[in-house]
Design a protein around this ligand. Structure first.
Ligand SMILES: [Fe+2]
Ligand SMILES: [Fe+2]
Length: 228
């Protein structure tokens, strides 16, 4: 993903993080076996989390961004919302396959469920790749061209307003972990400038708590103010 200066950068950032998450889940699924309980548990954790993130993200697009864009005369084909439903229902099917793999009877043959999981992660990965490519390549640039910077900033603020409090800490740390260093610094600098100091301090605490120690040290060396 290239560089997009402006209020909508965090929209590109979450797409970058979702793509990286899909690569990680695919790797875990490709190396899974029906008796590797630990790995199946960790795939389940990642898939549940991705389903939560994608639900919140897709809702923010369907419920805030797309209606706002249309009111500015920017065309948003209905296929984008149809994609959301299909992607989320694929994740639902993945969760069902994972339940079968983790909570089966002794002697139950669950190899078809593992095969299904592999097919489903490929399907949702391809689906989201195309979907995100179209959003990054057409929809978001349409906002950048057709809306003032103030309107873009106001829209992106409302898009994140409904993120549930229980999801925010993990989501924040996950997002920072899954984007490139220049995007991290850009995002954190933007937050620092836009947020009241106490709110920014909360975000920094979530990141410190949720990212691995090596990444935290790198972040502090890029932005020493984070350690204050
Ligand atoms: Fe979307
Ligand atoms: Fe999106």
């Amino acid at each position: 993903m290239g560089w997009h200066e402006g209020p909508l950068q965090s929209w590109y950032d979450i797409h970058e993080a979702i793509r990286n998450e899909l690569i990680r889940i695919k790797r875990l699924v490709d190396e899974a076996s029906v008796d590797d309980r630990e790995r199946l548990d960790s795939i389940s954790d990642e898939v549940h989390f991705l389903a939560d993130v994608l639900t919140v993200h897709s809702l923010a697009e369907d419920g805030v961004a797309f209606p706002v864009m249309r009111s500015h005369g920017i065309e948003v084909p209905p296929s984008f919302s149809a994609d959301h439903h299909r992607e989320l229902s694929t994740l639902y099917a993945m969760r069902a396959a994972l339940l079968e793999l983790r909570f089966h009877d002794a002697g139950q043959d669950v190899t078809p469920a593992l095969k299904r999981l592999g097919v489903l992660i490929d399907a949702v990965g391809n689906d989201l790749d195309k979907h995100i490519e179209a959003e990054d390549g057409e929809l978001i640039p349409g906002c950048e061209a057709g809306m003032s910077l103030e309107d873009q900033a106001s829209m992106i603020t409302r898009m994140v307003a409904d993120t549930p409090a229980w999801l925010a800490p993990r989501l924040t740390a996950w997002m920072i972990s899954n984007i490139s260093m220049d995007h991290r610094v850009h995002l954190l600098t933007g937050w620092q400038q836009a947020m009241p100091p106490a709110v920014f301090a909360d975000k920094v605490a979530m990141i410190r708590e949720g990212v691995d120690a090596g990444l935290w040290d790198e972040l502090v060396s890029e932005m020493p103010a984070l350690a204050d």
